[in-house]
Design a protein around this ligand. Structure first.
Ligand SMILES: *[C@@H]1O[C@H](CO)[C@@H](O)[C@H](O)[C@H]1NC(C)=O
Ligand SMILES: *[C@@H]1O[C@H](CO)[C@@H](O)[C@H](O)[C@H]1NC(C)=O
Ligand SMILES: *[C@@H]1O[C@H](CO)[C@@H](O)[C@H](O)[C@H]1NC(C)=O
Ligand SMILES: *[C@@H]1O[C@H](CO)[C@@H](O)[C@H](O)[C@H]1NC(C)=O
Length: 360
């Protein structure tokens, strides 16, 4: 013991030197680019970084000075004035929802948190005889009365229920934000064919008016003029199975996906596309480690508004609908196939915001 004490100053010095060496290797100055997943990242002070970190996930540029490796927002033009019915609706939503969202993403982890994805909807049916719910698809709330989902969801059963504001459908603990509705009308795209996967888009009209809260909020449509916002990194959210089981996961999960270019051959083979990938109305996406899975079907691929759009900062835009995902979850490296919402803005507006012009 005494001998050890004698060397204590040396040991401390050694540790100090070693840690300095490690630090020096990764030390970067403010504004310098750094390595990160998905986005372009630069070194910023933690307080200047919009993304909120879980302590364990922080990549430091310079730990001592509190510089972290922060994802950068791409440079984007200002939002164009509303022209389409869905854009006017979106503008109206900014006044209907609270403007103090914590739209700062916690990196890492895969469970969604309360109020993090308020447009996420559970789609399924309520079975009268058993008084039980059978949830089999996801959806996106897009107005006070409509939920967007995929046509193929009707293959799993008669759709008569939608639940909003839920995180874990197996528990009643988090039900303070839940709103549940019957479905009064199912509007599938007229050119959807159950034997292929084109035009896989469907609207569900609810039996009542949704109350927008911190738990339940609509997503705006990603209209053509807004595709300038980065359109290749998405948040996919859903209750899809997480392993080989056929069951849905009771908890809402989130995963960051990236658009996959040139995926025609892969998608055509993986999903038996009769006439190949239709680039105008479909696109592929995949995740770095985790992907979407069966049960996520019908659910959204969301993007955020650029944070400089102060008014819109609490809203999402829905860019895609999950049409086909891996059958054997997590076992194959197959991208998901998604319906391009932008290509169906007219179809959606026709039913959700009918006007003299588009209804004639
Ligand atoms: C969107 O972001 C991704 C990842 O950072 C980047 O590769 C892509 O070029 C960006 N696209 C646009 C249109 O800015
Ligand atoms: C991927 O899923 C696994 C287990 O399902 C989870 O532990 C991990 O955090 C997820 N990764 C990401 C990046 O979400
Ligand atoms: C709509 O459906 C839900 C669930 O079935 C029911 O609780 C609610 O009373 C209905 N609302 C209206 C306005 O009919
Ligand atoms: C969806 O289609 C629009 C054109 O309608 C296109 O600009 C956009 O890039 C497509 N989105 C994706 C994710 O491929």
């Amino acid at each position: 013991m005494k001998g050890l004490l004698k060397y204590l100053p040396h040991i401390i010095l050694l540790i100090f030197t070693l840690s300095r060496t490690v630090q020096n290797k990764t030390r970067k100055a403010e504004g310098e680019p750094c390595e990160c997943q998905f986005q372009r990242c630069i070194c910023k002070y933690l307080s200047d970084c919009k993304v909120l970190y879980d302590r364990k996930d922080i990549d430091y540029c310079n730990r001592k000075h509190g510089l972290v490796c922060c994802p950068q927002e791409p440079k984007t033009p200002n939002i164009t004035p509303a022209e389409l019915a869905s854009e006017f609706a979106c503008q109206k939503y900014t006044e209907m929802i609270s403007n103090d969202c914590a739209r700062e993403f916690i990196t890492g982890g895969e469970l969604a948190r309360a109020k993090e994805f308020p447009p996420a909807a559970l789609v399924g049916r309520f079975i009268m005889e058993t008084k039980k719910h059978d949830w089999f698809c996801g959806g996106t709330l897009i107005s006070e009365r409509f939920v967007l989902t995929a046509s193929h969801c009707t293959k799993a059963g008669v759709i008569n229920r939608v639940r909003l504001g839920d995180l874990d459908f197996s528990s009643n603990k988090d039900d303070e934000g839940v709103q549940e509705f019957s479905v009064s009308q199912v509007i599938s795209h007229s050119q959807y064919d159950r034997y292929d996967s084109y035009n896989d888009i469907m609207l569900l009209e609810l039996n009542g008016t949704v109350t927008f809260t911190d738990y339940v909020q609509p997503a705006c449509l990603l209209t053509p003029s807004r595709t300038v916002y980065n359109n290749s990194v998405f948040w996919a959210v859903g209750w899809g199975a997480v392993d080989h089981s056929t069951n849905m996961s009771p908890q809402l999960r989130r995963v960051q996906l990236r658009k996959l270019e040139n995926c025609g051959p892969v998608a055509t083979e993986a999903y038996n596309l009769l006439r190949g990938l239709r680039e105008r109305t479909q696109f592929c996406a995949h995740g770095e480690t985790n992907d979407t899975c069966r049960g996520d079907s019908g659910g959204p691929l969301l993007i955020t508004f650029p944070s400089k759009e102060e008014k819109y900062k609490c809203l999402y835009m829905v860019a895609g609908i999950i049409s086909k995902g891996q059958i054997e979850c997590g076992s194959q490296d197959i991208p998901s196939l998604n319906t391009n919402v932008t290509a169906f803005v007219r179809f959606i507006e026709y039913h959700v915001w009918p006007t003299k012009n588009n209804k004639s």
